[in-house]
Design a protein. Structure first.
Length: 136
């Protein structure tokens, strides 16, 4: 099975996380953390900065590594490096996505996550809750 390597941005601002809805492809309408494919010669962090600039016209700062998600879709294996990020500049313009939302720990379950992204929700919920209560 073919492996697709991607990087995902967990963009945090004001105790909320940015989620996007796919506007194309086999997983159209599913919700995900934005990002994209890692090109040859790129680190996951470099790919993330490039992809967010291309897809959302925004410059981000990649801060902490969260985890690597390994997920088998029917036609390929996804290896997704996930990083917490902050916005440096830009307005998060949707160029390829149908919709976007800022979600709190309480509203993270309110969208239909793509299967690979769904596995991150519990960890992100804990991270947001810990930040809010100061216990993280």
């Amino acid at each position: 099975m073919k492996t697709v390597r991607v990087a995902a941005a967990i963009i945090i601002q004001d105790d909320k996380v940015f989620a996007t809805q796919r506007g194309y492809g086999a997983f159209k309408d599913g919700w995900e953390f934005p990002g994209g494919k890692i090109e040859d010669g790129e680190t996951p962090r470099e790919a993330l900065v490039r992809e967010i600039k291309e897809e959302l016209d925004t410059e981000i700062e990649v801060t902490d590594f969260l985890e690597t998600v390994e997920y088998d879709y029917p036609d390929f294996h996804l290896s997704m490096d996930c990083f917490f990020c902050t916005i440096r500049s830009g307005e998060l313009v949707l160029k390829e996505h149908e919709a976007a939302r800022w979600l709190t720990a309480e509203t993270l379950d309110s969208v239909e996550w793509l299967p690979a992204d769904l596995g991150l929700v519990a960890d992100i919920k804990k991270y947001l809750t810990d930040r809010k209560t100061g216990s993280g």
